[in-house]
Design a protein around this ligand. Structure first.
Ligand code: KG4
Ligand code: ZN
Length: 333
């Protein structure tokens, strides 16, 4: 089965062609980073317009690279939500129009489910149950997946998302936008134990997260040092901030797996590209006898192959999405 995937939930336009749920024939991404960087963040109206401009040529290229055309597709999958409504509308409307014109089944995909299913592209479908940590620019969420499409949200952030915290601290350190990858690189030269930032909610017996206090703690620390005539080392700041984020994420994810007696952990979302998080969760998994899977770097951040893959597993169980279905910026998992 050959599925066309379309993803436009935030600031990447992406189109993919996926065969039989696991073979990526094409997965093209047009990033809008340069457009938004001068504003220091994603501007929704600018994102929607850029998706409109990028989508048509990207569709053509993705089909050509996959050696197919609209007639060679068996189904169409597009992101339904969550995301920026204007951005979502562009890809969703295109997907529905292609499905209608080619008379092929349409499936609307939850973006968060896409991040989880990115793991299926490279590791094959692991046997449920799983504990899944989704950490992206908009979400920080710990989920117990008892079966393929049966989710229990165990906890989430009470304030900032993990990627948002990385981006805000990176902006404070003048690392540009989006700052997550730059902060990750800088942290490699720093000492993660140089400054002991608070690990908010690490010891709480729920599975929620809180990240806005950490960002404030970093800013307060820098102010205090400067007031005493010292300039903190940016690499130590980056490494110590990152360590505080990663400590809480790793310990809560592992605790969820042990408490729920689940042997497999799946990570998803842009922040999973973080070197320290990947290393630390892998170590913790080995120590506790848990299987830990995460996507390769290119499939951690937003892409349409993961949307086509999540769509494949929905279509496989007979699901279809009506063409009347509208974009849902707050779509829950
Ligand atoms: O999943 P994603 O591509 O988009 C959303 O669905 O939000 O995630 C983007 C987020 C951004 O906040 C970006 O700074 C962060 O992922 N990110 C990282 C790294 N690479 C991307 N954060 C920390 N370390 C990284 N290496
Ligand atoms: Zn995402």
């Amino acid at each position: 089965m050959r599925i066309l995937g379309i993803e436009t939930s935030c600031d990447e336009t992406s189109v993919a062609v996926l065969e039989d749920g696991g073979t990526i024939l094409s997965n093209l991404i047009s990033s809008q980073v340069d457009l938004h960087s001068r504003f220091g963040g994603v501007v929704p109206e600018v994102a929607a317009r850029a998706h409109i401009e990028a989508l048509d040529p990207l569709l053509e290229d993705a089909l050509e690279q996959a050696g197919t055309d609209f007639g060679g597709l068996d189904a169409v999958a597009a992101t339904l939500g969550p995301g920026l409504v204007g951005a979502l509308l562009v890809g969703l409307t295109a997907g529905k129009a292609i499905a209608l014109a080619t008379d092929k089944p349409f499936i609307g995909v939850n973006h968060l489910e896409g991040h989880i299913y990115a793991n299926f592209l490279e590791h094959g479908p692991p046997e449920p149950p799983y504990i899944s940590l989704i950490v992206s620019g908009g979400h920080t969420m710990l989920v117990h997946m008892k079966a393929r499409h049966d989710y229990e949200v165990l906890g989430q952030t009470l304030d900032d998302a993990a990627g948002e915290a990385f981006d805000k601290v990176a902006r404070f350190l003048d690392l540009g936008f989006p700052g997550g990858p730059a902060l990750d690189r800088l942290a490699r030269e720093g000492d993660p134990n140089a400054i002991r930032f608070p690990r908010a909610m690490e010891a709480s017996d729920d599975f929620d997260f809180s990240l806005s206090g950490l960002k404030t703690a970093v800013m307060r620390f820098v102010k205090k040092e400067r007031s005493q005539g010292r300039e903190p080392d940016p690499a130590d700041l980056a490494a110590s901030f990152q360590e505080a984020v990663v400590d809480v994420q790793v310990s809560k994810t592992v605790r969820a797996a042990l408490e729920r007696e689940v042997g497999t952990i799946l990570l998803g979302g842009g922040v999973v590209a973080n070197t320290r998080l990947r290393g630390r969760i892998r170590e913790a998994g080995e120590r506790e006898g848990l299987r830990v899977l995460f996507p390769s770097l290119a499939l951690c951040t937003d892409n349409a192959a993961m949307i086509a893959c999540a769509g494949y597993y929905r279509l496989e169980v007979g699901e279809r999405t009506s063409l009347d279905t509208e974009a849902d910026p707050g779509l829950p998992l």
